[in-house]
Design a protein around this ligand. Structure first.
Ligand code: CTP
Length: 389
């Protein structure tokens, strides 16, 4: 579709960035970015006129998104404005604007473009030899100031390393190490955005380890000595979810992994700056008070956990268990599964109905009842009433 519209409107159109990389790697990618030279974001309008769908303009950025009728998002960027007024030796201008766009990017493997115009369909523009780096599985910056321009690129490099099983070349790695101190200049929000993407990717324990090597955690007050223990904890956390399939979800949440080095080094207070949501606050709070709980290792019945853990969220409980690699993991998982839909056989109202005088002791009675229910000892209101009397 894009190709035909390019021909009809006489614009040069390129597929650019991550999507080109992923095409060569034969990996799925729904983020389609195209760069249009000549008439810029009007092109999104032409696509809509030709094939339907909807267009969203992002005026301030000079970009637009065409939402294809199938629901696919295609981001359209125009060649930069200052080039519009230049005299029309078109091919030169085109190439230079495209190069300009490519030169602003992070790594050679992300700085390739594929032409979509029918007569030259599939022609590759690859000024930094990203093809060769794809083949040799190398992450390489385009110039020495890349990480100074944008320190989040170091985190992107690590993400691509783990995701594709690539490595930074020596030069890039040493630039990363040298620029790491700049990470502290970023807003917590930007770091959090990158952490989300990093720890949603494939190998969180490996990522933690790599970030120790590159001295990321060290910028935020975590010492080298915590690397091994953090790696082990992350591995156990990942395995716990895979083996026990708790109700909390299929995978540990990114924030759990992010917390591990701070937790290991007993510096959770340093992590608060990154806790930007209620859920994350609760998680940190849970961890803090769970650290003080003693005796959970000895528990052998699901209900007994309830006495310790009633008020804690699943993810915090699992985080703590994974740290210890405890023998009673199975029992805990049973507890977490049962408590999700624990039936309520009696309430405070029922106790009053039964002639009991209301008071704080109700709480204890109802907790005892819950414990028995979770142990599978009480399975109906009648049994609960029997138990009460
Ligand atoms: N980019 C960059 N510097 C950044 C962020 C992005 O140069 N700090 C460039 C890269 O060339 C990248 C493109 O912008 O290919 C699009 O960025 P993004 O969508 O974040 O990354 P992808 O490479 O598509 O990675 P992912 O598959 O994880 O989305």
């Amino acid at each position: 579709d894009i190709s035909r519209t390019a021909e009809r409107t006489g614009s040069r159109v390129y597929l650019i960035g991550g999507i080109v990389r992923d095409l060569f790697l034969e990996r799925p990618n729904d983020d389609i970015d195209i760069v249009v030279e000549g008439q810029g974001i009007d092109f999104a309008g032409h696509l809509q006129a030709d094939y339907g769908g909807t267009v969203k303009m992002h005026e301030t950025f000079g970009t637009a998104t065409w939402i294809h009728p199938s629901g696919l998002y295609i981001d359209v960027t125009s060649a930069r404005l200052e080039y519009y007024d230049r005299p029309a030796s078109l091919p030169d201008v085109e190439l230079s604007t495209l190069s300009e766009d490519l030169y602003r990017r992070d790594f050679t493997i992300n700085s390739m473009a594929l032409c979509l115009n029918p007569e030259v369909f599939g022609d590759l523009v690859d000024p930094f030899n990203g093809q060769a780096d794809l083949r040799s599985k190398t992450i390489k910056v385009l110039h020495n100031l890349s990480f100074i321009d944008d320190p989040t690129r170091i985190l992107r490099a690590v993400r691509f390393e783990t995701r594709f099983d690539f490595l930074m070349d020596k030069q890039t790695e040493s630039l990363a190490l040298n620029s790491m101190a700049r990470m502290k200049d970023l807003s917590a929000h930007r770091i959090v955005e990158e952490m989300k993407r990093l720890f949603k990717d494939e190998n969180p324990p490996g990522t933690i380890k790599r970030l120790f090597k590159l001295r990321f955690w060290q910028q935020f007050g975590v010492d080298d000595g915590n690397a091994e223990q953090s790696y082990i904890h992350a591995g156990q956390l990942k395995t716990f979810y895979e083996i026990h399939k708790p109700p909390a979800g299929r995978k540990a949440r990114w924030f759990n992994y992010f917390a591990i080095p701070f937790f290991t080094s007993r510096k959770m207070h340093l992590m608060h700056q990154f806790s930007l949501t209620k859920r994350n606050h609760k998680f940190l709070q849970d961890l803090r008070s769970l650290s003080d709980i003693q005796g959970v290792e000895q528990v052998r019945q699901p209900g007994a956990f309830h006495r310790f853990l009633k008020h804690y969220d699943d993810e915090a409980i699992i985080f703590m268990i994974a740290k210890e690699n405890m023998e009673n993991e199975d029992v805990i998982t049973t507890y977490l599964k049962r408590r999700v839909d624990m039936p309520v056989f009696l309430t405070g109202e029922d106790l009053i109905q039964e002639g009991m005088k209301p008071g704080p002791h109700f709480r204890g009675i109802l907790l005892d009842l819950e414990v028995s229910v979770l142990n599978g000892e009480i399975n109906s209101t009648d049994e609960a009433l029997d138990w009460l009397h």
